[in-house]
Each structure stands twice: as C-alpha cells, then as structure tokens.
Design a protein around this ligand. Structure first.
Ligand SMILES: Cc1cc2nc3c(=O)[nH]c(=O)nc-3n(C[C@H](O)[C@H](O)[C@H](O)COP(=O)(O)OP(=O)(O)OC[C@H]3O[C@@H](n4cnc5c(N)ncnc54)[C@H](O)[C@@H]3O)c2cc1C
Length: 476
C-alpha cells in the first residue's frame, strides 16, 4: 500500500490536535490527522467535559424542580422521577452529533485527511498507522504534532482492579445510580461528579489526601464550597490515606487512615477513583525519536517544540494545566508559529477554568497566594453575591467574587468567583488579564443590569473607594 506523504502529521483528534490540523490545512498545508478513538473530540467529548456537564445539567434541573416552591411554583416532589437510561441516551445523542459535526468540518478542508486508527512513530520523520480494520499504512511527514492527551492515573492501591471501581471514563457510562458512592480524590472531577450523584440520590463520601478539596483553587472559595457540599450531605474526609479496597459479592469496602491516624472503612456499591491524570505517551514510539518525557509529560520549550527538531506537542500530553480550552489555545498558537505568523503562546498566569460545581467556581489568572509567590504585591477587591440583584433573582446568592490586582499599577492579576453562573462571567476576566488592563477599565465599562457581570464593577468601586493611593487613569 502506498505511503502517506504529508507536510504535517497530527496524532490525536482532541481539542488540541483537531484545531491544529484544521488551522494548518486552512493555510493550504497537507495534513494527516490520526485519531484512535470512536470519532473526533478526544477525552473532552467522549469521556470528559461534555458528558460530565450533560449529567450536571440534568441534576441542575432536578435541583430547580425540587426548589420550585421558593419561586412560587408548586411541583409535587413525588412527580419528579429520574429516568437514568434517558439521561444516558441524551448524552449519547449529543456526543454523536458533536463528533459528526467535527468530522464534517474537517472534510471541508481539501488538504486535510482524517484517518481512524493508532499511530506510532518509527523514526523522526516516519510513522505507522494501524487502521481500525487492522491494516497498516506508512506515513512520511516533514513535521509532527503530538496531541495524544492524558489517561486516568490509577494509584497502586490493592483492589482497584474490580468492576465496581470506576475511573472518570467508566463512571460516565454507569448503568445505574449507586446507592453509596465513595470517591477517592477531591479534585474538580471528584467534586463535580460527587455533587451530581448526591443530587441523584447516592450517599456520597469523598476521601481527599490534601487538607481540603480543590487544591490549587483560592482557599476561601474552596472552603466555602466544601462547607456547602457537607451541608448537602456529602461526607468529605480530608488528609486521609486510602490503603486498600476489598470486595464482597455485593459491596466494596475502602479502608483508609483518617487525619488523626485512625483506621477507618467506607463501604459502597461503587467506588470512583479520580486521583489525577497522566500524560498519554503509551504506544507512541517516542523511543524511536529524541523526544523526551517525564511523569509531567512530554518536555517542550516555549514554542511547544520537543527535543526532536520538527516534532511538537500540545495539550494534556505536555502536562498541566489540563483543560480543553488550554489545549486548543496551544494548538492554534503552534499552528500560527509553524505558519510563520505572529503567535502568542498561552501562559498559565493568563489561563481560565471553571469547576462545574454547584455553585460554580470560575478561575482566571493568579490567586492572591500565587501572586505573592510570584513576588507581586496583590490587593483583593471583594464582592459578596448576597447583595447582588441577579443572584437574588436566581435564588443563588451565596457566593463571593475576588479580583486580585497589583498594588500601584492596579493591573488585574486574577479573578475568582464562587456563584451559580460563574462560568459565564470568566470571559471578561480572561480579556482583562490577557490585555494587562487595570481595575479602572472595569469601572469605566458599562455593565448591563441586572447581570452577574455587574459584580466586577461593584467589587472595583468599593476597592477604589477604599484604596490608599489614587488610582492611575485608565489606559483604555
Ligand atoms: C471527567 C472529565 C471532565 C473534564 N471537564 C473539563 C471541563 O469542564 N473543561 C475543560 O476545559 N476540560 C475538562 N476536562 C479536561 C479535558 O478533557 C482535557 O484537558 C482535554 O480533552 C485535553 O485535550 P487534548 O487534545 O490534549 O487530549 P485528548 O482530549 O485526550 O485527546 C487526545 C486524543 O488522542 C488520541 N490518541 C491517543 N494516542 C493515540 C495514538 N497513538 N494514535 C492516534 N490517536 C491517539 C486519543 O484517542 C484522544 O482522542 C475534563 C476531563 C475529564 C476526564
């Protein structure tokens, strides 16, 4: 069979690889995109962002129905039942639609070919594709972009290899709602899915090794969310070490040492193991190249070039932060760079993220602690959503906004919000941080009423009113 001869080989059709391939092909380059999964979309579409948010949407609506009386609506609680197969079917249909749409978009680019199969590097300019039908094809390329993502990290705990122990992928296909769910790991995935299953009626316990849930998140917001979750009936055990999981015919028992050094047990009919993700370099043939990797991921320089000239890497496979939008942003910057156009590679201090908890946590840029660690002098403007018109109308007024800015320059360094809808106000935060704007730029922009974005203005106004030094005039 004839070999593929292309300018660019992109391995991995997730949020990192697919936009990179499309941007290069849109500029007329010959590109081969290889994906081993069921379609284009990667972890984000099939096992991550989208399915977990589909579950979350069903439970958000369930919460609203249960709280209907607060809004003057009478909905008998007994009339609301959960059709779990229906939730799974809705997920299946959305995933299918999105994956088909992604494939359609690629077919509009004449110089882009998409193949489904597993790709392995044979040398710095040659690879082998094993197609789904088990046939092989050789690929000769000038440059490659590795975008193979990440896979769940499974810690070496006795008893993890059992059908009742799930990772973030298999839990999204679970065919029933467990009565008792023990979640090992209190990071974003553990928190989001913990609240989902708690709302669906599972008795949920989270076992977290750190001093609180959501390690890198602003302390105050993470602790507030932790209290909210405990108030809702989720058991959260911090500073604990899981030792083993044993299984009987009907139950699994997680043995752990608690923060006081006492040996404890938590029994469950499902266990979710979400202790992080590791970069996916399996089956990639890196040993046939000079590409270096360690436990954090493939080692790249500031332009995402690996140790092998002509081979680049983007997204989860190069390590934290592991987010879909980050992978895409890296991929698009890399494509511009390869096309010899001006490119700005993303830096972690300008990243944004949302934890789809209830209420949501929106994160942009640096926390106060991170700013201090970076040698900056941060000041924090605060706003309590208890006083906010839109939050009161929503019936979700327990929350806080913190805008971290630099003393002197007043440049916005970070924005952190705990409120239902936080995700939708982070775009403003991203623009402010990316463009190095001062807080005065917020105060001068007219924000519509009544919306959550007004919180930015309210926080800044009180900070400026209380600021010891006169504020510099806006650069806008
Ligand atoms: C439960 C969960 C929830 C999440 N929620 C969010 C969220 O709300 N927001 C957010 O931004 N991020 C979220 N993420 C993270 C997000 O999914 C990832 O950061 C993102 O998918 C990374 O994109 P990527 O392109 O680097 O890798 P991936 O999406 O993992 O794509 C890599 C692709 O490469 C393919 N591949 C691997 N090896 C080969 C090979 N040898 N040959 C061919 N193909 C190969 C894989 O099949 C895969 O499709 C979540 C993750 C999980 C697990």
């Amino acid at each position: 069979m004839e070999a593929y001869e292309v300018e660019y080989l992109i391995i991995g059709g997730g949020p990192g690889g697919t936009p990179t391939a499309m941007a290069l092909a849109a500029a007329g380059k010959t590109v081969l995109l290889v994906e081993k999964g069921p379609g284009l979309g990667g972890t984000c579409l099939f096992e991550g962002c989208i399915p977990s948010k589909i579950f979350r949407e069903s439970t958000r609506r369930l919460r609203e129905l249960r709280e209907a009386a607060q809004f003057g609506l009478q909905v008998p609680t007994s009339a609301v039942t959960i059709d779990w197969p229906g939730v799974l079917e809705r997920k299946r249909a959305i995933l299918h639609r999105r994956s088909e749409a992604a494939l359609q978009k690629t077919t509009k680019l004449p110089s882009l070919v998409t193949e489904f199969g597993t790709c392995r590097l044979l040398s710095p300019r040659r690879a082998r594709l094993e197609k789904r039908d088990s046939t092989f094809r050789e690929i000769h390329f000038e440059r490659a972009v590795l975008a193979t993502g990440s896979v769940p990290f499974i810690p070496p705990i006795e008893g993890v290899d059992h059908p009742r122990v799930h990772d973030s992928e298999s839990i999204l296909n679970i065919d029933h709602i467990p009565d008792r769910l023990v979640i090992i790991g209190g990071g974003p995935i553990g928190v989001e899915l913990g609240q989902v299953f708690n709302t669906l009626g599972s008795q949920v316990s989270i076992l977290e090794a750190g001093p609180r849930i959501l390690g890198p998140v602003d302390d105050e917001l993470a602790l507030r969310l932790q209290e909210t979750m405990q108030h809702e009936g989720i058991e959260i055990h911090v500073r604990c070490r899981v030792q083993a999981i044993t299984h009987s015919s009907t139950l699994s028992v997680v043995a752990y040492r608690d923060q006081h050094g006492e040996d404890r047990q938590a029994s469950a009919d499902a266990v979710l193991l979400v202790t992080g993700r590791r970069p996916n370099v399996d089956e990639l043939g890196l040993e046939n190249t000079a590409v270096k990797h360690d436990r954090h991921g493939i080692v790249v320089d500031d332009t995402l070039q690996t140790a092998e000239p002509g081979i680049h890497a983007v997204g989860d496979v190069v390590g934290a932060p592991m987010f879909a939008h980050w992978a895409t942003s890296q991929g698009l910057a890399l494509a511009r760079h390869l096309l010899e156009q001006p490119a700005t590679f993303p830096t972690p201090d300008t990243n944004t993220a949302v934890i789809f908890s209830a209420p949501e946590i929106g994160i942009a840029g640096l926390t106060e602690r991170q700013a201090r660690e970076a040698g900056l002098e941060p000041v924090v403007a605060r706003y309590d959503f208890h006083n906010d018109a839109r939050a009161q109308i929503h019936g979700r007024d327990a929350g806080l906004l913190k805008i971290v800015f630099e003393q002197g320059s007043h440049k916005v360094l970070g924005v952190h919000a705990l409120v239902e809808g936080a995700g939708s106000i982070m775009g403003e935060a991203a623009l402010l941080i990316r463009n190095g704007l001062p807080i005065e730029a917020i105060a001068e922009a007219i924000h519509p009423h009544p919306t959550l974005t007004e919180s930015f203005v309210m926080a800044v106004r009180s900070a400026l009113a209380g600021a010891a030094q006169p504020a510099p005039s806006s650069k806008l």
